[in-house]
Design a protein around this ligand. Structure first.
Ligand code: TXA
Ligand code: MG
Length: 348
């Protein structure tokens, strides 16, 4: 299959959106930018179209998809009874990087929800995404547009690496603004539960709906406790080289990483280091990549997946990363980094 690339880095092009919408209406696949990561879109109400997504990604079909809508009025058709919290959270955070788990209606096919009786719904805040959803019929199922097991794409180039020749179209809207997938909150059981941390933090959610919990499967490192979002149980992404997070006091972390990378160099190998602007100058014997300044959470989130992809293209033997606990997005950043590291942490 020839994958068409539609350039929209300078904004929405109506003719390109019309062609993309037509592909979706006919049951095809279009990758598009959102504010979080690039999505791989299909008509969410067409069982065959959403089934194609699993094939393109090589993703297990019990892992449900998020249905993207462009306006609040669209939610009634795909959901059952709506808790009051849904409207409150929508008013506060939609359009934006928040996904709500709600009871599903008959209109949503099992291929979209992986057989679950609930549906994940999100209204993205990206002009291209919103125009595409409307042009495609109002309901676009879209997981991240990566091959299963690779980091989510934050540029159209990343999407092309994984999807060229496999899908109908890629819309290039430039680099995304957030860089980590949306926060997922489950509203089907009374007290809201965060199933996946993201830009919208527990504190921000609580300020609107009161008590909000974290899924136990996210908090404890015990494989017998299953996370409630089916996708969170998969070892999402493992870099080619083993990845270790080094935690502790700033100067001791730097000392430890330098000792480890020196040992690699002495053995004739090259290590990779993930650091912040404040510390990236302090490493030797290694390929160093900075996620940006520690004071700029968005910069850290924006660069993380691209750096992990870059290290996959290089011949590094091992990767050491500093830890990035930050006030708002720290939980999300460390959740993704820990998954990539397979929870390997070196404490100093
Ligand atoms: O930011 C995002 O959410 C991006 C952009 C494209 O919108 N999408 C995204 O989709 O990250 P995906 O498929 O990579 O991740 C969806 C997650 C998976 O972990 C899945 O298991 C969970 O949402 N999920 C979907 N429906 C669910 C449901 N009904 N109950 C529990 N978890 C659900
Ligand atoms: Mg994904």
């Amino acid at each position: 299959m020839k994958t068409v690339v539609e350039m929209m880095r300078d904004g929405v092009h109506e003719d390109g959106i019309r062609r993309a919408g037509e592909i979706l209406r006919k049951g095809g696949l279009v990758a598009f930018p959102t504010e979080t990561v690039y999505g791989l879109g299909a008509n969410a109400l067409d069982p065959e179209a959403s089934a194609k997504i699993y094939q393109a990604k090589g993703r297990p079909s019990d892992n449900p998809l998020i249905v993207h809508i462009a306006d609040w009025e669209s939610i009634g058709m795909i959901t059952g009874e709506l808790p009051a919290q849904a409207k409150l959270l929508s008013d506060a955070f939609w359009p934006g990087p928040l996904t709500m788990i709600l009871k599903k209606s008959e209109a949503v096919p099992d291929t979209t929800t992986g057989g679950l009786k609930t549906v994940a719904v999100r209204m993205p805040d990206n002009a291209i995404a919103r125009a595409l959803i409307l042009a495609g019929g109002g309901y676009v199922a879209a997981p991240s547009a990566n091959t299963s097991g690779r980091p989510s794409p934050t540029t159209a180039q990343h999407v092309a690496e994984d999807m060229d020749g496999v899908i109908d179209m890629i819309i290039d809207g430039g680099a995304v603004s957030i860089g980590l997938e949306s926060t997922i909150v489950d509203l089907t059981e009374g007290i809201p539960v965060i199933l996946r941390p993201g830009y919208i933090s527990q504190k921000m959610l609580s300020s609107v709906v009161g008590e909000v919990r974290m899924d136990r499967g996210l908090l404890i490192d015990d494989p017998s406790v299953h996370p409630k979002a089916p996708g969170m149980k998969y070892r999402h992404y493992a870099p080619r080289a083993p990845l270790f997070i080094v935690e502790g006091e700033r100067s001791r972390v730097q000392e430890k990483i330098n000792a480890l990378t020196a040992a690699e160099a002495a053995a004739g190998r090259k290590a990779g280091v993930i650091a912040a602007d404040e510390t990236s100058g302090g490493y030797s014997h290694a390929v160093v990549r900075s996620v940006g300044s520690r004071g700029q959470e968005l910069s850290i989130a924006q660069h993380l997946y691209a750096i992990l992809r870059e290290f996959d293209h290089m011949e590094v033997s091992v990767i050491y990363s500093e830890s990035f606990e930050t006030p708002q997005m720290g939980a999300a950043i460390m959740n993704r980094l820990m998954k990539a590291a397979g929870h390997q942490v070196i404490e100093v």
